[in-house]
Design a binder for this molecule. Structure first.
Ligand code: SF4
Length: 119
């Protein structure tokens, strides 16, 4: 399967099943303001796993630089599991990972879609 076809399949999967489609909320997905990012990530949390994985794969494949995709914040080309609000982190959040490596994210995509990746 060539990359263009794969991207079309990923996009269709997102459009047909993604929890964000139809919400009308695009602002929360394209900002790095911590409360809005949290809203976007909550929506992603309710997204079916197939669409969420497709969304993350789409972002990684296309080199997405901005926005919340598959529950991950991409900003300036870097990836983050979460956006820390300003100020000192809460004690229960201080040890949680913030930055995500692209390798980790690809591993996650491969775990979630092993059959499709080997086809
Ligand atoms: S993972 Fe998030 S951004 Fe991607 S389709 Fe699902 S709800 Fe939308």
């Amino acid at each position: 399967m060539n990359q263009k076809t794969r991207l079309e399949i990923l996009r269709q999967t997102m459009e047909q099943n993604g929890a964000c489609y139809g919400t009308g909320d695009t602002q929360s997905f394209f900002t790095n303001e911590s409360k809005a990012v949290r809203v976007a990530q909550l929506i992603c949390g309710s997204c079916p796993m197939q669409a969420r994985s497709a969304c993350l794969e789409y972002a990684l494949t296309t080199g997405m630089e901005y926005g919340v995709w598959g529950g991950i914040l991409f900003w300036d080309g870097d990836a983050y599991y979460r956006k820390r609000p300003p100020g000192r982190p809460r004690a229960d959040e201080a040890s949680l990972p913030v930055e995500a490596s692209k390798e980790e994210l690809w591993d996650l995509v491969h775990k979630l879609t092993p059959m499709e990746k080997s086809a």
